[in-house]
Design a protein around this ligand. Structure first.
Ligand SMILES: [Zn+2]
Length: 415
C-alpha cells in the first residue's frame, strides 16, 4: 500500500511536468507557445521527444514529413499497431496543452505499461504528429493526412506560408528533404487513440473529468455576396433603396436565429463582414459575409444550409437585388468507433473516472484517422474552456485522470 501511494505520488507530478518541459520549446515572453511547422522551435521539440522516446527504450523513427513515432514492439509479429498520440505544432501564441498533452499522456502510459507488464501482444506506437493546426501554411492535418494516404507531396506543391516560403523548402530546411520522400502511409494501424484537452466549457460546467467523443462535427463554410445599389444617404427615399447592408443584417439575424431555435447541437457563425463603399453617408452597394455551419449529422447540416439558401433566393427577389453564395469548405462529420467508445466507457467506470459523451465542435487529427481505422477521441477539461491562448490550462488532477484512463485502455487493447 505504501509503495503504491509513493509511486502514485511520483507519477502524479509527471504529466504536468512534461507539459511544462515541452512548453519550453517555442515559449514567447507572454507565455504563449509558437511551434509552427518546420520552425526551429518545432524541430527542437521533436528532437527532444525523440531523445525521450529513446531513453524510454522505444524504437524511434521519423517518417518523410516529420511525424515522429516511438514503438514498443509486441510479441505477436503479425499484429497491427495500436497508435496513440496527438500533434506537436501550435497556433501562433497558442497554449501549452493543445496537442502536447496527448503526446505526453501516451508516453507516460506506455512507460507505465512497459514497466509493469513488459512486452505487449500488439505493438504500441506513440506518435507526435507534425502538423494539425494549419497555422503556418494554409493546409491542415499535414501529418495525419500523410499517414492515412490522403496527402502526398503533390498536395503541398504550391503551398507557401505568409512570407512566401514554400512548404517543401521549409520541409527541406527542417531535415526532411522532399527528394527522399517515401509515402508515410500506414496500412498496419489497428486503431488510433487521441487524448486531448476539450478546448470548450462542457466538462467544466458538468463537473465530469472525461469526455468520450462520439462524433466530430462536419463543417460547411460559405461567402455570401449581396449586390445592391450604392446611393446618397440623405436623398434616397427608403422604399427606393437597394441597401445591401440592411439585407445582410436581415440574413445574418435570420440564419443565427434559425440556428438558435434548432433543437439539435447545430451552430452557425457569421464571423467576417465587409461593406462597399463602407462610408457613413452612403448606402452600401455591396456587402459580403462569411457563414460557418457545423453539426454532427450530414443530413441535418444539408437541410439547414438548403433552407437558408432557399431563403436567400426569396430575399433576393423580394428586394430585387442579386445575392450569390459560394461554398469553400465542406468537411463531413466523422463518427468515432462505437466499440472503442464502449471500451473507453467501461475503462472510465473501472477507474472511477466520471465521464460524459460529447460531440467535438472543433477539428482534430482523430477525424482524419476516423475514416481510416477505428478511432477514439477522449477529452479532459479545459479551465473556462479557454484554448489557443497562453491562458489555456488543465488541472494536474485532470491530466492524471486522463493518463490513468489511457494506460488502462491501451492495456486492454494491446496486452
Ligand atoms: Zn489540438
Amino acid at each position: 500500500m505504501a509503495i503504491e501511494s509513493k509511486s502514485t505520488f511520483i507519477i502524479n507530478n509527471k504529466a504536468e511536468d512534461m507539459v511544462k518541459w515541452l512548453s519550453s520549446f517555442g515559449l514567447s515572453p507572454d507565455g504563449g507557445i509558437n511551434r509552427l511547422l518546420y520552425s526551429s522551435a518545432w524541430s527542437e521539440a521533436q528532437k527532444a521527444l525523440e531523445h525521450k522516446m529513446k531513453n524510454d527504450g522505444l524504437a524511434v523513427h521519423f517518417d518523410s514529413v516529420g511525424n515522429l513515432f516511438g514503438r514498443l514492439e509486441g510479441s505477436d509479429a503479425k499484429a497491427d499497431t495500436v497508435l496513440t498520440g496527438s500533434h506537436i505544432d501550435t497556433v501562433a501564441d497558442g497554449g501549452r496543452y493543445d496537442g502536447v498533452y496527448g503526446i505526453v499522456a501516451s508516453l507516460l502510459a506506455v512507460e507505465r505499461l512497459k514497466a509493469t507488464y513488459g512486452t505487449p501482444k500488439k505493438p504500441i506506437e506513440v506518435v507526435s504528429l507534425c502538423e494539425e493546426e494549419g497555422s503556418r501554411f494554409p493546409m491542415t492535418f499535414w501529418g495525419s493526412r500523410n499517414i492515412t494516404g490522403r496527402y502526398t507531396l503533390k498536395d503541398a506543391k504550391n503551398v507557401t506560408d505568409a512570407k512566401g516560403v514554400p512548404l517543401l523548402s521549409a520541409m527541406r530546411e527542417a531535415g526532411f528533404d522532399p527528394a527522399h520522400y517515401q509515402s508515410p502511409m500506414r496500412q498496419d494501424i489497428d486503431c488510433f487513440i487521441e487524448l486531448h484537452i476539450e478546448q470548450g466549457i462542457v466538462l467544466e460546467r458538468s463537473g465530469h473529468s472525461l469526455g468520450l467523443v462520439s462524433h466530430i462535427v462536419g463543417q460547411r463554410r460559405f461567402t455570401i455576396n449581396i449586390s445592391g445599389e450604392s446611393n446618397h444617404a440623405g436623398t434616397t427615399p427608403m422604399p427606393l433603396r437597394k441597401d445591401a447592408m440592411s439585407i445582410a443584417s436581415h440574413l445574418i439575424d435570420y440564419v443565427t436565429t434559425q440556428a438558435r431555435n434548432d433543437e439539435s447541437d447545430l451552430v452557425a457563425t457569421v464571423g467576417k463582414i465587409t461593406a462597399q463603399p463602407n462610408t457613413p453617408n452612403v448606402i452600401a452597394g455591396e456587402v459580403e459575409f462569411t457563414l460557418d455551419v457545423r453539426h454532427h449529422e450530414e443530413k441535418h447540416l444539408k437541410q439547414f444550409c438548403d433552407r437558408f439558401h432557399d431563403y436567400i433566393q426569396w430575399t433576393a427577389s423580394e428586394n430585387q437585388v442579386s445575392i450569390s453564395s459560394s461554398q469553400w469548405l465542406n468537411a463531413s462529420p466523422v463518427q468515432m468507433d462505437a466499440s472503442l467508445m464502449d471500451l473507453s466507457k467501461a475503462t472510465a467506470q473501472d477507474n472511477n473516472i466520471s465521464f460524459q459523451p460529447l460531440i467535438s465542435g472543433a477539428g482534430h487529427d482523430a477525424q482524419v484517422f476516423g475514416t481510416h481505422c477505428p478511432t477514439a477521441l477522449l477529452f479532459v477539461p479545459s479551465q473556462q474552456g479557454i484554448s489557443h491562448s497562453p491562458k489555456e490550462f488543465t488541472k494536474s488532477e485532470d491530466l492524471e485522470n486522463g493518463v490513468d484512463l489511457l494506460t488502462d485502455l491501451l492495456y486492454k487493447l494491446a496486452y
